[in-house]
Design a protein around this ligand. Sequence first.
Ligand code: HAM
Length: 423
Amino acid sequence: MAKFQAPKGVSEYFPDRSTHFDFVRSNIIESAANAGYQLMELPVFEDTELFARGVGESTDVVRKEMYTFEDRGGRSITLRPEGTAGVMRAVIEHNLDRGQLPVKVYYSGAFFRAERPQAGRYRQFYQVGIEAIGLSDPRIDVEVIAVAHRAFAALGLKRYHLEITSLGDVKTRENYLKDLRIYIASIELDEETKARAELNPLRLFDDKRPEVKSLMEAAPILLDYLTPESAADFAKVQDLLGALDIPFHINKRMVRGLDYYTGTAFEFVHPDLGAQSGIGGGGRYDGLMEQLGGQELSGIGFGLGVDRILLACEAEGLGIPDDLGLDLYIVPLGTGDQALAIAESLRSRGLKVDLAFGEKALKGAMKSADKSGAKYSIVLGADEIASGVVSLKAMKSGATDSVTLSALANELIERITNYGDHS
Ligand code: HAM
């Protein structure tokens, strides 16, 4: 029978790389939690209209990349291509914006875009995102960027850059779009591209075709149109980034791929990842809540691509721990039943314990103990069961000590909490 294969273009993780993936994801989550962001767990599918209205009809995401289907009740449903619209829907639906502001949340999970698969670009991929909703203050912009920066630092990433720009306020864009439209009307474009520019002329900046790229070289630049208020906010963001020692470049031509952005926008780029170099991005979205039927509140957030950040860590050769963090490995010698019972009782005390199964010879079982990366091991034969005493071996130093089985849990807990990994 033909073997099943995963659907084309999905990312999946299994041991040992899944441990690395989890390490990356948990570091980002920890960085967000350390700044007071709380978990938001949302559905992976939503009403299609939410994304059409939230993300924008002119975007590639909405035009070409959504997994949309009709459910059994005849509703149009879409697998979430991104997280911000869903967060905003939930904030409005559950009145979270009527409490203390800002609402600070993070989310982590799978997202879906029907893109052409290639290295670092998947149809199901993983993001950890954060959103801070309800405050228009450049300090929050910088906090959001700092959460990502601190997560990258915890992972040991060095070679990425932060690119920032400002997409200004409503007045900025009004003035700018007038001039941009005049410019676009003066260049030769095919009908489809013209129609797209009609919906949102900014989209022409992320057109990948060389002929469109070169035509857009001479287009006016949004950053030159910032109103004094927007310019002051952008200057403040730059000052605060400087004060926190977070290096950045200004990328005047950055237009994010989603329509809801206003004000500060940013991307983290890793040079070792080839074409799919964006390891994360985000920005402020002043009109989104209103657009989705809520009150007029601003927000800012990011989405970090966990798959690509793992690739970046690998490209930088970072040593991510790949053992399971086991405290004890038990090698039973004809005592499998008792070993399982002892393992379970130690596990219920919070210790991480694994054991050899099957009737492995001592040599093979000791190899498994070594490979497991456990801090300690014991061999459990009939003698040990009879005497109630085992020889507790510290795997790194090889030192052994006699410990009674009844004191084993306390002894391990004490050593692990007092000596850390001095074993
Ligand atoms: P985004 O720039 O579309 O923003 O996606 C964020 C990150 O997700 C990208 O930088 C990239 O690392 C990763 N990513 C996107 N598409 C793929 C793919 N096909 N395969 C692998 N990784 C991918 C957003 O999604 C916004 N919701 C971010 C945000 C939150 N803005 C404000 N709040």
